[in-house]
Design a protein around this ligand. Structure first.
Ligand SMILES: [Zn+2]
Length: 468
C-alpha cells in the first residue's frame, strides 16, 4: 500500500499528459473488469482491447455484507464478497440488488447502526478516510453494522478498488479484502445468525425489532404477584431486585433472565435496567380442604420431607444455559381445574399454604404430556408429591408434575413438547387422581396460566387478570 501511494503522483502525471494504457490497466478502479470486458466483447483474434479511461464512480450501495454495487456513468459493477472482487453487472443498479439475500438485509435493520464514524453520505464538508499513511476525501460512506462499513473515494486515483472497507467502525480502512476484514465480516454474519435465531422466538417481526433494538426490555412491563417477567438486555451483567441478584445469560443476540414476582412482592414501580417494572395488585381466593387424619399426619414426617427437598433442590440447582424450547407451552392434560394457582389453603380448618400450582383432575392413567422441550431434571417417587417429574426448560425455568401413577421418563432424558412422560395418579399427599402442575422460575413457583399456548418471549401484554 505504501509503495502504491508513492507511485501515484507519477502515474497521475502520466495520465494527464496522455491516455496512458499502462496506468489504466494496472490501476483502473475496475481492475479485473477491464480484462474481463476485453475477453467478452472482443471476438477471437481481435486487435488488442482499447484501454478504458479511469472511471469515476458516482455512487454505491451495499445491500448486505456480501452484495453491493457501484454505479458509473456507463454502467454498474457488482460485488458478491463484500468488495473484494468486482464484476460488471448486467442492467442497472436495481437489477444488481435482485440477487441479494433480503433476509440478511432485513436482519441488519435489527441492529442499531452507530452514528458518526466518518459521517453519513452527502454530508458537507466531504468526510475523509485514512488509508495507511494517506488521508483523502470520500464521496459516500455506508455502515451496515456498527463495525462494518464501506467508503467511496472522491477520486478513483486514491484507491485500487472501487470501495474501501472497514471492520472497526471506520477507524482503519483497507483497499480490497484482507484476511482480517474477511474474518470480521464472517464474525458479523454469525452475529446476524444469532439475531435471526432470537427473532424467531417473538410473535411478530415488529415485536422482535422493538425488543431486540432496545438496550433493556421487560416482557411484559407490568405484572402481578405470581407472574414472571422475561428481562432482555443488549449487554451482559446482573440485575438486583428485591434483594436477589439475577445474572443475565447470553442467548441469541441478547442477555436474558427470568424475573419471578413472588407472592410477597408489593405493588409499585421498580427500576430494572433503564426500564420500569410495574407490579399491579392481585387477589387470590381461599380454599378449604378436608382430608383424613391419616393423611393429615403425613405432613408430620419432617425427616422424609426434608430428605426429598434436598433431592429437589439439587435437581433445580442446575439449569441449561439456553432456552430449550422455541414453540409454545401446552397443557400437560385436559383436566378439570380443581384448584387454581395462588389459592390460600386451609386443610381441616388449619392454614396450610398457598397453592402455587394448578390441580387438574383427570382419570387415573390419563397420559401426561411434556409441556415443552426440556431435560428431565428429576423423575422419582417422593413422599409428599408421589411420583414426580421436574423438567428443565433452560435458563432456570422448570415444570413440575406430581402424584403420577407411573413415570415414563428417567432423570437425564431429553423430551420434546407433547411427549408422554407419565400417567395421572394419586400418589403422595393427594385426595384423588389429579395432576399437580407448576412452573418454577429461579426456584419461585410462578403461575402456569401465563404459559399456555405461548412462551415468555410473547408476554408482551400483561395477562388478563381474572375478576372476582
Ligand atoms: Zn396441587
Amino acid at each position: 500500500m505504501k509503495s502504491k501511494k508513492r507511485r501515484w503522483p507519477l502515474l497521475v502525471g502520466a495520465c494527464l499528459l496522455a491516455a496512458c494504457a499502462v496506468v489504466a490497466i494496472g490501476k483502473s478502479p475496475f481492475g479485473s473488469f477491464s480484462s474481463w470486458k476485453a475477453v467478452k466483447d472482443m471476438p477471437a483474434a481481435a486487435t488488442p482491447a482499447p484501454t478504458p479511461p479511469p472511471r469515476e464512480a458516482l455512487e454505491f450501495r451495499m445491500v448486505d455484507l456480501d452484495h453491493g454495487w457501484v454505479k458509473y456513468a456507463d454502467g454498474v459493477a457488482a460485488t458478491e464478497d463484500g468488495g473484494g472482487q468486482w464484476q460488471p453487472a448486467t442492467g442497472d443498479a436495481a437489477a444488481a440488488e435482485t440477487a441479494v439475500d433480503s433476509s440478511i438485509a432485513e436482519l441488519l435493520s435489527l441492529e442499531p447502526v452507530a452514528e458518526g464514524g466518518v459521517g453519513s453520505s452527502g454530508s458537507s464538508p466531504m468526510p475523509t478516510v485514512t488509508l495507511g499513511a494517506a488521508t483523502f476525501p470520500v464521496k459516500q460512506t455506508q455502515f451496515l453494522t456498527p463495525r462494518i462499513g464501506w467508503a467511496l473515494p472522491a477520486s478513483s486515483k486514491d484507491a485500487k478498488n472501487p470501495l474501501l472497507v472497514t471492520a472497526d467502525g471506520g477507524q482503519t480502512w483497507v483497499d480490497g479484502m484482507t484476511p482480517e476484514v474477511k474474518e470480521a465480516i464472517l464474525k458479523e454474519k454469525s452475529h446476524l445468525q444469532q439475531l435471526a435465531k432470537e427473532r424467531e422466538l417473538y410473535a411478530t417481526k415488529e415485536a422482535a425489532k422493538g425488543i431486540m433494538s432496545a438496550k433493556w426490555k421487560l416482557v411484559p412491563e407490568s405484572a402481578a404477584p405470581g407472574d414472571a417477567v422475561l428481562v432482555r438486555s443488549a449487554e451482559p451483567g446482573t440485575i438486583t431486585w428485591l434483594n436477589k441478584t439475577y445474572t443475565l445469560q447470553p442467548y441469541g443476540a441478547g442477555y436474558f433472565t427470568y424475573l419471578p414476582i413472588s407472592m410477597s412482592a408489593k405493588p409499585g414501580k421498580y427500576p430494572i435496567g433503564d426500564q420500569t417494572l410495574t407490579i399491579v395488585p392481585k387477589k387470590f381466593e381461599t380454599q378449604y380442604l378436608k382430608v383424613t387424619s391419616e393423611m393429615e399426619s403425613m405432613k408430620q414426617d419432617t425427616a422424609r420431607i426434608a430428605a426429598d427437598q434436598k433431592k429437589i433442590d439439587l435437581a433445580r440447582s442446575k439449569s441449561e444455559p439456553e432456552f430449550l424450547f422455541s414453540g409454545p407451552f401446552v397443557k400437560p392434560i385436559e383436566g378439570i381445574l380443581t384448584t387454581p394457582y395462588g389459592y390460600t389453603r386451609y386443610v381441616n380448618g388449619k392454614y396450610d399454604s398457598a397453592h402455587m400450582a394448578v390441580d387438574l383432575a383427570a382419570k387415573e392413567g390419563t397420559p401426561i404430556k411434556a409441556t415443552n422441550d426440556g431435560v428431565v431434571a428429576l423423575a422419582e417417587s417422593l413422599y409428599l408429591t408421589g411420583n414426580s417429574i421436574y423438567l428443565d426448560h433452560g435458563m432456570g425455568l422448570f415444570s413440575q408434575y406430581a402424584h403420577l401413577s407411573e413415570l415414563r421418563v428417567k432423570t437425564g432424558d431429553r423430551v420434546k413438547q407433547g411427549d408422554i412422560i407419565g400417567l395421572v395418579g394419586t400418589t403422595g399427599f393427594s385426595t384423588g387422581p389429579h395432576l399437580h402442575f407448576t412452573f418454577w422460575a429461579h426456584n419461585v413457583q410462578v403461575n402456569p396460566d401465563l404459559f399456555w399456548n405461548t412462551t415468555p418471549f410473547r408476554w408482551v401484554q400483561p395477562p388478563a387478570q381474572p375478576k372476582g
